[in-house]
Write a protein that binds this ligand. Structure first.
Ligand code: FEO
Length: 404
């Protein structure tokens, strides 16, 4: 895709990665994009670069707009590999440019590149860069989502360049929210935002709330939110802030995600009566079999629902490996405001359900105990117990949901 103008003299010059399906372990069925931006003024400024494989594409897009040797400022909002690893290619074309970066960003950048070759200016919140008629303001956003992260505001044009924050993993011919919604749908965009938040930003809810409050306190007028991945927000840039605040404040559907795996279909046979019990209480339910579903989808579905039941057979006295993998992903994402329980089948002494509850406790999640364990294979009586287990869990989730 060629350079795309956001506002006069402000261009997207990034790259679409249509084929990306495994983004450091996170499944990206829609691919992704690496967005970076070029701003023309008396001095030309580039905001972020792209993943190294796509350096030629961003350079081609830049050349379409301006001679790269005219770039005088390179703002690095975030140093993760997908945004910074083509920096040396860019700097070889613009050797006189000054890099603007946070202190932690510079320390990280030293691990990627020999910085002695380049002019570098370390910036902190409130610092500005005047390029002639335009002024950029830097706002540090540590742990949103790396220690180095910052966002950059372009006054006058009222554009907030937000690096990973407010992005989505989407490769699309649409660059803007309104175009994407016309091409696909609003719900497809909403789903991509939730997917991205659940799998990348879930641990950082308090930081997100504080930073959005800080931006509001600064009174910045924001016409466009320009993240480093996916669609650019221009139709209703406040929408993605509202979505983030809702999610960070614990918003979820009154529904239950039943996430499980199975060895000999005994745990799987528990699913139907459990879900019937849940539905009997009028609560929605979504079933995810881990071996049939990308991990990131399971995480997203966990995050969308107020409650979750995790099902695992016991294998060698411990949790089934795919379920253990899910629990490890979940623990790293530090979920909150969810009510959880566990169930499963076993043949000898059991162990998986206890281990899952131990993991819940390490995550400090709210639990309904005890879980439900079935010996070998559910009998008709066991199926009644499963129904009752699902029903009682749904009652508790409905009560718990009232708190939010
Ligand atoms: Fe898109 Fe944190 O990198």
């Amino acid at each position: 895709m060629k350079a795309v103008e956001l506002k006069k003299d402000v261009y997207w010059v990034g790259a679409l990665d249509w084929a990306m399906r495994d983004f450091h372990g996170y499944t990206t069925p829609l691919g992704t994009s690496y967005n970076n931006y070029l701003v023309l003024d008396d001095e030309v400024t580039l905001i972020d670069t792209v993943k190294y494989d796509f350096a030629d594409i961003t350079i081609k897009n830049i050349v379409e707009v301006v001679d790269p040797s005219k770039i005088k400022n390179v703002i690095i909002n975030h140093i993760e590999n997908d945004h910074v690893t083509s920096l040396d290619r860019i700097m070889s074309l613009a050797p006189d440019a000054t890099i603007y970066i946070t202190d932690k960003g510079k320390k990280g950048l030293e691990r990627f590149f020999n910085l002695d070759r380049w002019k570098i200016k370390v910036v902190k919140s409130g610092d500005t860069l005047c390029t002639g008629k335009k002024t950029f303001t830097f706002i540090e956003t540590p742990m949103l989502h790396w220690p180095d992260s910052m966002i950059t505001y372009l006054a006058g044009e009222n554009i907030l360049f937000t690096q990973d924050a407010f992005g989505q993993h989407i490769a699309s011919n649409s660059r803007f929210d309104d175009d994407f919604m016309a091409e696909y749908s609003e719900s497809a965009l909403d789903d991509a935002v939730i997917d991205y938040y659940a799998n990348i930003l879930m641990p950082f809810g308090p930081v997100i709330k504080a930073k959005i409050a800080e931006i509001e306190k600064l009174g910045l007028v924001v016409d466009i939110v320009a993240p480093d991945h996916g669609i650019i927000w221009r139709k209703d840039p406040g929408k993605v802030f509202r979505m983030y605040l809702d999610i960070a404040n614990g918003k979820a559907n009154l529904s239950i995600a039943v996430i499980y795996d199975t060895m000999w279909q005994s745990t799987e046979k528990m699913i139907v009566p459990i879900t019937e019990g849940i539905r009997d209480e009028g609560v929605g339910v979504r079933v995810i079999k881990l071996r049939a579903t990308p991990m990131s989808v399971a995480i997203k579905e966990f995050w969308k629902s107020r409650g979750a039941l995790i099902g695992s057979p016991t294998l060698n006295n411990i949790t089934f490996p795919t379920v253990a993998e899910f629990m490890t992903h979940l623990r790293g994402l530090r979920p909150k405001n969810r009510l959880v329980g566990a169930f499963g089948s076993y043949g000898w002494g059991g162990g998986a359900v206890k281990e899952i509850y131990d993991e819940f406790k390490r995550m400090t999640l709210d639990t309904v105990e005890p879980g439900l364990q079935i010996l070998y294979k559910p009998s008709p009586e066991d199926e009644k117990s499963c129904f009752q287990f699902g029903k009682e869990f749904a009652q508790k989730v409905a009560e718990y949901h009232q708190k939010f």
